[in-house]
Design a protein around this ligand. Sequence first.
Ligand code: GLA
Length: 724
Amino acid sequence: MSISFNEKTRVFRLDTVTTTYAFCIHEAGFPLHLYYGKHLPDDDLKHLLGRGMFTSFSPDVPGFSHTGFSLDVQPQEFPGFGTGDFRASAVEIQNADGNCATDFRYVSHNILKGKPDLCGLPHFRDENGESETLVLCLEDRATGAEAQLLYTVYNDLPIMTRSVSVTNRTEKPLRIQRLASLCLELPTMDYDMIHLYGKWGKERTETRRALTHGTQSIESRRGSSSHNHNPFVALAAKDSAEEHGEVYGAALVYSGNFKIECEVDAFNTARLLMGINPDGFSWLLGPNETFTAPEAVFTFTDGGLGEMSRIFHRAIRKHLLSGPWKDRERPVLINSWEAAYFDFDDDKLAAFAKEAKSLGIEMLVMDDGWFGHRDSDDSSLGDWYVNEKKLKGGLGSLIERIHAEGLKFGIWYEPEMISPDSDLYRAHPDWCLHVPGRENSPARQQYVLDMTREDVRDNIFAQMCDVLSKNEIDYVKWDFNRNLTEVGSAALPPERQQEVFHRFVLGTYDLMDRFVKTFPNILFENCSGGGGRFDLGMLYYSPQIWCSDNTDAIERLTIQFGTSLCYPLSTMGAHVAARPRTPLSTRAAVAMMGTFGYELDPRRLTDAEKDEVRAEIRAYHETHRLVSEGDLYRLISPTQDPFRAAWQVVSPDKTETLVTTVVMRMPETMYFPLRLAGLDPEKRYTDLATGETYSGALLMYAGINLTGRLYLDGQSAVLDFKAE
Ligand code: GLA
């Protein structure tokens, strides 16, 4: 890893072990992108800039007509707006005169050891001095705005991060209209755009389409990253596949409205922009104020989508997740939601706990319905005190009973929400997001609290602290069950209303930060009607996120495979539910691909099923470390094969591997040789169930013959191999 600047050529190089990123400073001061891809030796990169002839419809930079230099045809690090580049811009700032022309040029730079914190925003960390950061200072003389671009490279992984901040150096206010965190210029359009789309119950389905002229984009305007699109994208060479070919991957460390757009221009080059969605956003920047945009993380590999995922997984596990639960074995939990919904009391929960303990389950999570007078989803959000009609004797007494059964205890919250039928709403009707003169649109009979307000956050923090500090609680599920409408804040002046979407996210981050700092030992699991906020911003605060409310094992395959494109298995909340379409063993095999638990009434299991659950939990304990620390290989994708899905996890030292296959639909043939991946061809691996041994070479090049074992709908097999 290194960052260097060649004074003579004015070329910056940012190298990781396997990649090189380079740009130069043009004599007019513009940072022009040169290259991002496989690691290069020291060479003349500037000759890459030539773009041939262009016409008067691509204007020259003032003072550079003699050299024919037009921003319209140049690859740029930080393209502005209205000054000669007609493609989508990374930055647009309205100055006090009301115009928006922006053009940022080089002022200075600094190369730092390590990685500065991004105040108030989640970001990749460097706790052990494994990174270097380039701080590039630019200015737009006409608007008086100064920009800092921060590029970080790590020495252990081929990832880079970039973030951007803008400071107003004038006496008058400026308005930021658009500020993309990442701008990645590619010299061709010969890529497919791969992204994750979905909806409630069907999140993060992988989709792939060829880049074409014009702009292709995905975005969220829902106030959260959303079920519908995920802030992740890959641009993959057309001939790339799971385990070969060139792939760029990028993700935004952000949980609010985002936009990822890729514009292919008349030169057949592609510009990828990623950042806060400019729709519904602007930010008023007073004199000497600074605005910081969220961080983007990105990578390049020539090892296909599989290798891109493994790079992201390692980077997220090592540099984004934090706290004691980051590497600790997560307890096997039972969640009351699908077991009881709102229909529970202390006796029922204690009965769940008793039965669960006999199965080997380690924690009971009391989901929605324990507070205020909530017996259905129409009330009490915001009233975070226990409903003693349901939990007779109070929360302390329930927790004692659960502990007496030998289980830990977890609890559900939806901190950013408020029910119109709540004491909190009756006391503070202006504490929810709203727009004067408009009725609020309800969703699930609830409104959204104005998280931009400190007094609102203080109130929720105090209420939750009261419960969490007076009781022995090991786990909190943090839910978020609707999107934002009537996005206005009573606490902000008219000229700042366009800031509310982003300030809402900052407020949520502030609240989460307070909780993880005050209760460092609590395991936080994020959730948003399933996986409506499955993003790197949330993972910064909670090491796991409930993947989807859809707990059907076959449906989960598509969701979890798609999620794994960017996010590690250890972050995916996955439970075995009472969904009899597939055998219990298959539900467990799929749930073991994530953080493991149950979401059913354990008293309803037959004796044979109980024995099976005990065996599953033993298997989880034996394999969880491999699943959470190993390298994932997606062998057969459920979106590409109509019949079977298969994946494999390999320990970092390649001495152990776990292979899971599920039949989604009866295949055309029983014959099924499954080729494994990621093993050491020289090592011999023993199938722990049969005692048979095979060379890594045979398992990878010829495959393991599973004929007859994976043929019927819903069947599954989990094979565990260890090397001698
Ligand atoms: C959301 C979550 C569920 C459950 C319910 C409770 O939908 O995704 O797991 O917690 O809320 O209301």
